[in-house]
Design a protein around this ligand. Structure first.
Ligand SMILES: Nc1nc2c(c(=O)[nH]1)N[C@H]1C(S)=C(S)[C@@H](COP(=O)(O)OP(=O)(O)OC[C@H]3O[C@@H](n4cnc5c(=O)[nH]c(N)nc54)[C@H](O)[C@@H]3O)O[C@H]1N2
Ligand SMILES: Nc1nc2c(c(=O)[nH]1)N[C@H]1C(S)=C(S)[C@@H](COP(=O)(O)OP(=O)(O)OC[C@H]3O[C@@H](n4cnc5c(=O)[nH]c(N)nc54)[C@H](O)[C@@H]3O)O[C@H]1N2
Ligand code: SF4
Ligand SMILES: [Mo]
Length: 742
């Protein structure tokens, strides 16, 4: 008799690692996951899975997985750790962090996360319970992932919006309310490679099958660009100029949506004047795209009955990413593609549920007004960058690491690192981060495997659970989801469990209101009028009903503003393309273009020495950032870190296909295996980031070969953006190629 039980759940965070959201069926036998397959009944992915989710059994039961809390017993970097009990681990973290607080103040401990997965809730719960305002994606220079896009849209139009692929509708593509976007601009997003930012990658392909044409804004040749109506093969980092030139064409030729603009847009004339400063011929030179291609793409986008933009992290990584995101937002706005079927769908958390209290009122209730004062006064970067101060609760990453180094204006002495491989993946100027962090008095890391960060820095390591091993809720857009624990591996615990326990120790009074984690989840779920148990009974997810959390035309129906009046959720009720709020923060109220800090134009001397533009980190389905290098089924498909080089360029450097070479600039050099490829232009190279070798020596100085293979060792630090957001040089650093034997 087969005693396998099948449970339906949603993948999020550890395991595939991603931003998540797909329905999966867990086949569990004798308490172990034996098989996993996509859930055909889940509206999000409709039965599909990525390679990483299919390799879950290898990930969960991998012999290298950390399954008990560990404490360091040798010197940092010596690789000597011993298992300890959870009680000892919690006691140590509590004691050491309280000592730091007593000696230096709570702001001296930083709370570090990686990309946005099931972590924002648990880590802020812990940081705020402890009393620190310094929650940060450490090393992510310019905070250049998602925040610039989010910040621009929320400020300009009061809400975030994404390409409408029917994701808010239960019947999806069959729902008669939905319209197929005639055009989707995939703007610096190769969505088929992952499910970036809560967006299932294959939705774009689904739309293409239904008739959508693609405009790919993409320096490389990809699967999507090769099928595009227009491939705008731009020079990396010049997206802002391109967007403004497209706006200029659309306004200049009268192709904008006059009715929508007249009714809902503030500052259109100022935008017209600004865009006029970006004439086609000049922008063609800046972007390396023929002028007629830019014009044709702009016309096709504007003439479509409904059209959408699906953008990605290269937008954030442009210098002043907020301004670039502002420009791209304007394209959707002036063509009237906001809040209508097949355009840009307003993306709000499902049912108004947020995973943790982030509003000022809620924070004051839980932690007192003192924390809020500290958040504004002591949060690193809040005094320098008004946008950092006024938007979300992040500290500014480049300033945090500089302050670790300088101790000015106050010392940083401890780090809680959870879901981030600072040394092996996330940080620009990675070596600087490694050296600076070594100075901290106490570092705890919550992870699933050893990596260069745990090896080099951790005093305590806490073993985290994968998604089949945890309880959680998810409200990142639709549907509203409950995730239910089905298996246990070793002594691993979920991030929520770990932080709930420690938060209670730091703030017993505030945390008293929740006896269990489920109590807290239920309180968060209250706006949906459902509990975890209700959601489970319905199969674990619920799509939104008509109202503020379901499309379309909510601005006309008075569903976007707290006062219930028609309009967008801004002060004026209109979309503020001329943005008073930016102006009030001392920023340019209109979108603009800035040249990348290293380029043929901005640093001609450097360009002579380093004539190749290095694009890094275009995603692969096989790995999530610095993860999965030890998973046999995945690593087998891509055993070595490669650099994609145009064959003619390789010839110039006398490099043969498959040869190990150096990528080099003034910051150092990194090893790569040459891969001839027509995907890249002659003066570009592309390489994946996040490489370290789990099979190599973990002890310092090797740290799993991170010194040789971590591309971020040669990616420089901050660019000066006035917003404090955007501009990590991950896609625009200059380099050259050198033979290893030379
Ligand atoms: N050169 C270059 N560098 C880049 C980029 C690039 O394009 N080029 N992209 C940047 C971007 S956009 C981002 S967002 C960052 C991301 O950087 P990170 O978020 O740091 O990337 P990961 O390697 O996915 O995750 C770090 C660690 O989190 C652990 N982990 C995964 N899931 C969980 C979980 O649920 N709980 C816990 N406790 N741990 C978990 C993993 O085992 C891993 O060791 O990298 C940046 N780095
Ligand atoms: N499998 C997998 N999925 C992932 C991740 C992962 O590591 N693995 N990481 C997740 C995270 S944190 C993020 S932020 C997203 C990122 O995913 P995306 O937003 O899609 O970003 P990238 O893959 O970095 O780049 C997308 C495309 O932009 C092109 N590009 C490079 N430079 C530029 C430029 O200057 N301008 C323009 N217009 N295009 C450029 C690249 O060639 C690439 O094909 O993916 C998420 N999903
Ligand atoms: S990348 Fe997509 S398919 Fe894979 S686990 Fe994440 S959401 Fe699911
Ligand atoms: Mo990211």
């Amino acid at each position: 008799m087969d005693d396998t039980t099948v449970y339906r759940t949603t993948a999020w965070s550890a395991g595939p690692g991603c931003h998540g959201g797909c329905g999966q069926k867990l086949h569990v036998k004798n308490g172990k996951l034996v098989r996993i397959e996509g859930d055909e009944n889940h509206p999000w992915n409709q039965g599909r899975s990525c390679p990483r989710v299919l390799a879950m059994t290898q990930y969960m039961y991998h012999p290298d997985r950390i399954t008990r809390p560990l404490k360091r017993v040798g010197a940092r970097g010596e690789g000597k750790f011993e298992p300890i009990s959870w009680d000892e681990a919690y006691d140590t973290c509590e004691k050491r962090l309280n000592e730091i607080k007593r000696k230096y103040g709570a702001e001296s401990a930083i709370f570090v996360q990686g990309t946005g997965r099931d972590i924002g809730g648990p880590i802020t719960m812990l940081a705020y319970s402890y009393g620190s305002p310094n929650w940060v994606q450490l090393g992510l220079s310019g905070h250049s992932c998602y925040t610039p896009r989010l910040g621009a849209m929320k400020t300009v139009m009061g809400d975030f919006a994404v390409a409408d692929c029917s994701q808010y509708l239960e019947r999806r593509y069959e729902d008669p309310q939905w319209k197929v976007p005639e055009i989707i601009i995939t703007w610096g997003q190769n969505s088929t490679m992952g499910c970036p930012d809560g967006f299932f990658g294959s939705w774009v392909v689904d739309c293409m099958k239904l008739g959508t044409r693609i405009i790919a804004v993409e320096p490389r040749n990809t699967w999507l660009s090769s099928r595009a109506l227009h491939h705008l093969q731009l020079r990396p980092g010049t997206d802002g100029a391109l967007a403004l030139a497209m706006i200029n064409v659309i306004i200049g030729e009268g192709l904008y949506d006059k009715e929508f603009v007249a009714k809902w847009v503030q500052g259109f004339d100022a935008l017209r004047e600004r865009a006029a400063q970006y004439p086609l011929d000049e922008v063609a030179k800046i972007t390396e795209i023929p002028a007629q291609e830019i014009a044709a793409a702009a016309r096709a986008f504007a003439r479509a009955k409904q059209a959408a933009v699906q953008w990605g992290v290269p937008v954030d990584m442009c210098p002043d990413g907020t301004a670039v995101a502002h420009a791209i937002t304007c394209l959707s706005v002036i063509t009237g593609n906001i809040d209508k079927p097949g355009g840009q769908v307003i993306a709000r958390p499902s049912h108004g549920v947020t995973s943790y209290p982030f509003s000022t009122e809620e924070l004051v209730k839980l932690y007192g007004a003192d924390l809020i004062a500290r958040l504004n006064e002591k949060r690193i970067g809040a005094d320098v960058y008004p946008m950092v101060k006024n938007f979300r609760g992040w500290a500014q990453p480049d300033m945090v690491i500089d302050q670790v180094e300088s101790g000015v204006p106050y010392p940083v002495k401890a780090a809680w690192i959870q879901t981030a491989n600072v040394v092996g993946g996330q940080s620009a100027r990675a070596k600087f981060h490694l050296e600076a962090l070594k100075k901290l008095e106490f570092i705890a890391v919550v992870d699933l495997f050893h990596n260069p960060t745990t090896m080099a820095l951790a005093d305590i390591i806490l073993p985290a659970a994968t998604f089949p091993e945890k309880d959680s809720i998810r409200s990142w857009w639709a549907p509203l989801i409950s995730i239910k624990k089905r298996v246990q591996v070793g002594e691993c615990k979920s991030d929520w469990e770990i932080n709930f326990e420690l938060a209670k120790r730091f703030n017993p009074e505030g945390m008293k209101r929740w006896k269990t984690l489920e109590d807290m989840f239920n309180e968060r779920l209250a706006p949906s009028k459902m509990t975890v148990a209700d959601l489970q009974q319905q199969g674990g997810f619920k799509m939104p009903e008509d109202g503020p959390f379901k499309p379309y035309f909510r601005h006309e129906r008075g569903l976007l503003r707290p006062d219930g009046k028609p309009g967008f959720n801004t002060k004026s009720g209109k979309i503020e393309v001329y943005c008073d709020t930016f102006e009030g923060w001392g920023m340019d109220p209109l979108p603009f273009y800035t040249e990348p800090p290293q380029s043929e134009r901005s640093t001609p001397e450097l360009f002579k020495k380093y004539p190749l533009v290095m694009i890094t980190g275009a995603r692969s389905q096989l790995f999530f950032h610095a993860e999965h290098r030890q998973i046999p089924w995945l690593r087998e498909k891509l055993p070595d870190p490669t650099v994609e080089i145009h064959p003619e360029t390789a010839k110039k450097y006398a490099i043969y296909d498959g040869e190990w070479v150096y990528l080099e600039n003034d910051m150092g050099r990194v090893k790569r295996k040459a891969k001839f490829s027509l995907q890249v232009k002659r003066h570009h190279v592309h390489t994946m980031h996040g490489w370290w070798m789990p099979e190599m020596e973990g002890k310092a100085p090797s740290l799993y070969g991170v010194g040789d293979f971590q591309i971020n060792n040669i990616i420089p630090g901050p660019q000066c953006a006035k917003s404090g957001f955007g501009g990590g040089q991950y896609k625009t650093t200059l380099c050259t190629l050198a033979k290893i034997s030379a």
